[in-house]
Design a protein around this ligand. Structure first.
Ligand code: NDP
Length: 479
């Protein structure tokens, strides 16, 4: 299949995607606001396929056959709106505009609605995999109408990563669905990296292992259930030595994690949806804490460490294995929470999202690609109505098998004063989920006491209120 596509925005991602399309035999009409970027791409890689150079937006549109397919790869936010505003008057009914940037899903819903009044199709397309993925095969999450997917889906599938013969691209749902799942994908990525960082910190601080030694441990873990891109590159980063100083690379990097916003958006959305994505939230907050340099500097001088913490750990291998178990179990929780958020988002926005298909397209190309995602795909295939991944037999047993190690690690972290918010909150979520009675009954009582908010009883239907200030505290039926 050889088709034609226009790509506007030829920075890191746009240039790589354009090359990927060209390498797959598609004709690529290439455009960038600053023409020098277009020329640089064509000079360096023009020989890789059939490129057409467009200097102006008018030239760009004129070079495309109808129905035109235009992929926008510019900065998310106002820049994307500016490009859409410039493009729309030049396009014709039936043409397709694909936004492959990291747009907020609510912006995508707004843009799709606006474009539908002009007869144009709009595809909000999540793309994951960074520069390398974009070039060699990303995971692609398009949100659009079925009609639009018929026009662009095959092309997108042709450049996506492939796992077990299946392309890592699927029609996720309508309008903002693709960018919504890309957002949650990034949120899960935050949680995954936080858990990896906690595992590293514990091995380093509790066992005194060097970064290179810990890198070896991660390389070993990558041969088992934890096999994933992030664990693989953790081994690489930990093994890297700074050429200038000869010190481990991680020791010369400032310990303040930055963020571009998708983790924060995920948590904001989860708060609105009422879905407890504690793993992602802890990861976003941990990054924020790492950046509070002044508070950290002040606190380091005066806040007490635990007395008597940090005695030598005798069974070092046992502790390493416990950390592996904590990492795996916490990861299961983080993914379960992320999939819960997608399910809730789908209900709230009327999207029909196939969670198993999503796990399938995240097996390759994207940053969270992992062996683990095949297990998730299988879990949804086994039980399409699964209420939480944690109750599927595979994950239930995997977490049960590792829970002693997980608990040991959380206790050890608390006792020795090493922050492990990801491990600890994942465990609290797990215990909260399986508790027969939650402490929320007391919260309902307190709410009724101070705010007459009413409560339900375990033994009778209806809403009730206790007249707390009355003698005898009579209970009445509330409306
Ligand atoms: P950047 O986000 O750095 O954006 C630079 C591009 O945007 C340039 O082509 C620039 O044109 C163009 N641009 C900026 N403002 C305007 C404007 N007002 N009008 C026209 N063009 C404009 O590029 P990336 O390649 O890193 O990312 C592209 C998109 O892909 C972004 O939305 C990003 O969030 C998303 N993304 C990025 C990933 C990554 O790993 N980097 C991964 C997945 C998605 P000019 O050259 O003229 O300045």
């Amino acid at each position: 299949m050889s088709e034609q596509i226009g790509v506007t925005g030829l920075a890191t991602m746009g240039a790589s995607l354009a090359r990927n399309f060209a390498r797959h035999g598609h004709q690529v009409v290439a455009h960038n606001r600053t023409t020098a970027r277009t020329d640089a791409l064509l000079a360096a890689h023009g020989g890789e396929g059939d490129f057409v150079r467009a200097e102006t937006m008018e030239e760009f549109v004129a070079a495309l056959q109808r129905p035109r397919r235009v992929m926008i790869m510019v900065q998310a936010g106002p820049a994307t709106d500016a490009v859409i505003d410039e493009l729309v008057p030049l396009l014709d009914e039936g043409d397709v505009v694909i936004d492959g940037g990291n747009a907020r899903y609510d912006d995508t819903i707004r843009r799709a609605a606006a474009l539908s009044t002009t007869g144009l199709h709009f595809v909000g397309c999540g793309v994951s995999g960074g520069e390398e993925g974009a070039l060699l095969g990303p995971s692609i999450m398009p949100g659009c109408s079925a009609e639009a997917y018929a026009l662009v889906g095959p092309m997108l599938e042709s450049i996506a990563a492939v796992v077990d013969g299946t392309p890592c691209c699927t029609h996720v749902g309508s309008d903002g669905a693709g960018h919504f799942v890309k957002m949650v994908h990034n949120g899960i990525e935050y949680a995954d990296m936080q858990l990896i960082a906690e595992a590293y910190d514990l091995l380093r601080l509790r066992l005194g292992m060097t970064p290179a030694e810990i890198g070896e441990v991660f390389a070993g873990w990558n041969a088992g259930d934890l096999e994933s891109y992030l664990v693989e590159i953790t081994a690489e980063v930990l093994g890297h030595v700074d050429a200038g100083t000869g010190r481990p690379f991680v020791d010369v990097v400032m310990d303040a994690a930055e963020q571009k916003g998708t983790g924060r958006w995920t948590v904001q959305s989860a708060l609105d949806l009422g879905v407890p994505v504690s793993g992602i939230a802890e990861a976003v907050f941990a990054r924020a804490l790492s950046g509070h340099a002044e508070q950290r500097a002040a606190a380091q001088k005066v806040l007490a460490a635990p007395a008597g913490g940090g005695a030598d750990i005798e069974d070092r291998d046992g502790f390493v294995e416990a950390v592996r178990q904590a990492l795996y179990a916490s990861k299961v929780v983080a993914y379960a929470q992320g999939f819960d958020q997608i399910a809730a988002g789908a209900v709230a926005h009327g999207w029909s999202i196939d969670l198993g298909a999503l796990a399938t397209i995240w097996r390759g190309g994207c940053i969270i690609r992992a062996r683990f995602l095949d297990r998730i795909r299988q879990a949804f295939a086994d039980e399409p109505d699964l209420t939480t991944l944690l109750t599927h037999s595979y994950f239930r047993d995997a977490v049960a098998d590792g829970q002693e190690g997980w608990r040991r690690v959380v206790v050890e972290a608390a006792r020795s004063g090493i922050p492990a918010p990801g491990f600890a909150s994942a465990l609290a979520y797990y215990d909260g989920l399986r508790a027969e009675r939650s402490s929320a009954a007391l919260i309902q009582g307190l709410r009724d006491f101070f705010g007459s908010h009413t409560y339900h009883r375990v033994d009778r239907a209806g809403s009730f209120h206790t007249l707390w200030s009355e003698e005898g505290r009579r209970e009445i039926t509330a409306r």
